[in-house]
Design a protein around this ligand. Structure first.
Ligand SMILES: NC(=O)c1ccc[n+]([C@@H]2O[C@H](COP(=O)([O-])OP(=O)(O)OC[C@H]3O[C@@H](n4cnc5c(N)ncnc54)[C@H](OP(=O)(O)O)[C@@H]3O)[C@@H](O)[C@H]2O)c1
Length: 420
């Protein structure tokens, strides 16, 4: 059923560039079998080709680094996990057993910076034997020179700890390149113990050592921390609050460092989602590249202007909560009709949600196309889609009006308490 078309077990040079084929069948390939899964993947002997987007191909072909990815769920069923491709993967997923790098594949040379790839999904191609293959795609950004960049994180709550964990987990930097501080020592020590990052004695120590300093605190706390760190900050540093509604003009006035704003998303925990970036006037091209690369490892960076940042924040950063809230209400409505309890309904909705996102992603479909595929004229789904069409515009207008009002009041509060 699976034919070995060509084999190339010879060593791969350090400079070898690897590109993964979305559909490798047209190329000389090597079959790779996985001991603990039924997935079979065809690899070209040395070079994997045909990335799906030219941009990715460009970035990929520029990279002489190594590809990495995590253990991934490549099945239609979310309960099944497959191991990664041994020839490119050396990061293991923390939920899985330690992965042994096969000795016949060369290890990544020390000091190389991995070029991050992510699975795009698995497709069953039909045909005899139901051939499965999957494609990988790069986030599209070469990773920064990790050894040269010390990342400071002030505030190790939900966002700060997420950034520390994912930067390490996705190979954006090494644990020892992160130094963090927080108000209470307990969570910081726990994070340092778990990840291997350095725990600073205070905010100033983190600020002094950092090349890029993330302020992962609430908007109204940003000014106090910048003031506290001002004596140790220099124009050579880049300070990046992840708080919403703290204007770049204020930030620039509060520190001699260069400033940018980043709005990450909780979905970076699985390496997906959008990180919004807006840059201050003093930011250099190298700063932009470094931030884009860092966040490119854990998400897709989207550079925008400060004016649109609030609205886009609602889509990308508040978005996961909105979508979860919709799913929650949907499950509640189903349970109110009787016949299924809320937990069971939520499990069904959740799987539908995940599968829908995967279909949209793997098949690069628009939402409209998906609706048309399911909601055939005069069908049952069409009835529901029509109700949504009537009611949803008002609901979403109300949501965005409410969040917009909150953004404006928070910004006014920041400017009132801490004028530039
Ligand atoms: N959560 C999200 O999905 C998300 C997404 C995008 C952006 N953001 C932004 O990220 C920022 C942080 O949010 P979060 O959810 O991570 O909040 P959080 O869980 O409350 O974390 C805030 C952290 O800041 C620390 N802190 C407060 N004052 C400090 C000080 N003076 N010095 C050092 N550390 C201090 C807190 O320490 P203690 O625990 O000791 O108080 C806490 O660890 C917010 O501005 C938010 O708008 C959040």
């Amino acid at each position: 059923m699976f034919r070995k078309v060509a084999s190339s077990s010879s060593g791969v040079s350090k400079k070898a560039r690897w590109t993964y084929s979305k559909s490798c069948r047209s190329y000389p390939t090597r079959e790779v079998r996985y001991p603990s899964a039924s997935l079979r993947v065809w690899w070209r002997g040395r070079t994997f080709v045909s990335m799906s987007a030219s941009k990715r191909r460009r970035y990929c072909s520029r990279s002489s680094g190594w590809l990495t990815t995590k253990w991934v769920n490549m099945s239609n069923s979310s309960s099944v996990r497959y191991p990664p491709l041994p020839s490119v993967i050396f990061h293991k997923h923390r939920h899985d057993a330690p992965f042994r790098y096969p000795s016949r594949y060369p290890r990544p040379p020390s000091g190389t910076h991995p070029f991050r790839f992510r699975p795009r999904g698995v497709r069953t191609c039909g045909g005899r034997g139901g051939v499965s293959f999957f494609s990988l795609h790069a986030n599209g950004y070469p990773l920064p020179e990790a050894a040269m960049t010390t990342i400071g994180i002030i505030g190790t709550g939900s966002m700060g700890s997420m950034l520390a964990r994912t930067f390490i987990e996705y190979g954006a930097c090494r644990a020892e390149d992160i130094i963090a501080s927080s108000r209470s020592g307990g969570p910081l020590s726990a994070l340092a113990g778990e990840t291997g990052i350095r725990a600073a004695a205070d905010n100033r120590e983190a600020a002094r050592e950092a090349d890029i300093l993330f302020l992962c605190v609430k908007p109204l706390q940003v000014r106090d921390i910048m003031e506290e760190c001002a004596p140790v900050c220099t124009p050579a540093q880049l300070v990046v609050p992840v708080a919403s509604d703290v204007p770049l003009a204020c930030l620039s006035a509060w520190t001699p460092a260069r400033v940018a704003r980043a709005i990450p998303t909780i979905t970076s925990r699985c390496g997906r989602g959008i990180t919004l970036l807006a840059f201050g006037d003093r930011v250099t091209g190298a700063d932009k590249a470094a931030l884009t690369a860092l966040f490119g490892a854990i998400s897709r960076p989207y550079v925008t202007t400060e004016e649109t940042l609030c609205l886009l924040t609602d889509l990308t950063s508040c978005g996961p909560a909105f979508i979860a809230a919709v799913a929650d209400e949907w499950a509640a409505a189903a349970s109110r009709r009787g016949g299924i309890d809320r937990r069971a309904a939520e499990a069904l909705v959740r799987e539908t949600l995940i599968a829908t996102a995967l279909v949209l992603d793997h098949h690069e479909m628009d939402c409209r196309d998906l609706i048309e595929d399911v909601a055939t004229p005069a069908g049952i789904t069409r009835e529901g889609v029509d109700v949504l069409g009537e009611q949803m515009p008002r609901v979403w207008d109300d949501i965005l009006a409410a969040t917009g009002a909150r953004h404006r009041s928070l910004r006014r509060e920041v400017e009132r308490r801490h004028p530039p």
